[in-house]
Write a protein that binds this ligand. Structure first.
Ligand SMILES: Nc1ncnc2c1ncn2[C@@H]1O[C@H](COP(=O)(O)OP(=O)(O)OP(=O)(O)O)[C@@H](O)[C@H]1O
Length: 232
């Protein structure tokens, strides 16, 4: 059984007077992703990739269609039912700073979601943070620095550690390396692949760069004008 199965998913934005203008950002998309598998999603700017990624995670409400996660239709879930899924599905953004509080040290940034979801007892926290920082190959001394003291690549590793702490089964990676220079980009891609093999995480890997997507993915979906126009 696929971990994620999406059927005829639509996300329309309504704007203008009386919300009469319809923008079909995602317009009838279907795909599935198995456990430990990566589906790459590639297409030009504005074709709907980010909207699709966010809708699948229910960060945006779908207009219609179904999203099955581990066999359960989550498309209509709300409130606490949706919250229960919270740690199992995660997102990594293009700009890691968007999820890091500039006034919070790296240690607390990684610990915050663990505390929020009560994933560990307080006395286990230190050990867990250590494991996570090692998993993303960062030096322990960075734990007591602030985000502004880290490079873009280091910040993306912190963002990945934060997400990894929640033991996700599925991650949407939305252009996670497109703001990094090529060498750092390659290092982060290797890291994501390593973590995927180690923890058997499924990915929806979004990028406008076909080479990156092909290297990362088991299968690639080509998106245009809100639709998937083919797989390869
Ligand atoms: N909140 C919104 N309200 C109205 N239209 C929106 C909204 N968010 C996105 N759109 C439109 O939906 C379309 C798809 O946007 P989306 O960001 O999903 O594309 P994308 O393929 O991820 O692009 P990029 O690679 O530039 O991030 C675009 O035309 C965009 O202008």
């Amino acid at each position: 059984m696929a971990l994620l199965k999406v059927e005829n998913l639509k996300k329309y934005y309504y704007s203008g007077l009386f919300k009469k203008e319809i923008h079909r950002a995602v317009d009838g998309v279907s795909f599935d992703i198995g456990r430990g598998e990566t589906l790459g999603l590639v297409g030009k700017s504005g074709c709907g990739k980010s909207t699709l990624g966010r809708t699948v995670l229910k960060l945006l409400d779908p207009t219609s269609g179904s999203i099955f996660f581990d066999g359960q239709d989550i498309s209509g879930l709300k409130g606490s039912d949706l919250k229960n899924l919270g740690t199992r599905m995660q997102i990594i953004f293009q700009n890691p700073e968007s999820c890091l509080n500039p006034r919070m040290r790296i240690y607390d940034a990684i610990a915050e979601p663990l505390r929020l979801h009560r994933l560990f007892e307080r006395d286990e926290e230190r050990g867990r943070i250590q494991e996570l920082i090692e998993a993303v190959s960062l030096s322990e001394e960075l734990l007591f620095r602030y985000p502004r003291e880290l490079s873009g690549g280091q910040l993306q590793r912190v963002a990945i550690a934060r997400v990894l702490g929640m033991k996700p089964e599925f991650i949407v990676a939305d252009e996670p390396t497109s703001m990094l220079d090529p060498l750092v980009q390659a290092q982060i891609l290797f890291l994501l692949k390593k973590l995927q093999t180690e923890y058997r995480i499924s990915f929806l890997f979004i990028s406008h760069d076909m080479r990156v997507v092909e290297w990362m993915s088991d299968k690639v979906a080509l998106m245009e004008g809100g639709k998937i126009i083919g797989f390869r």
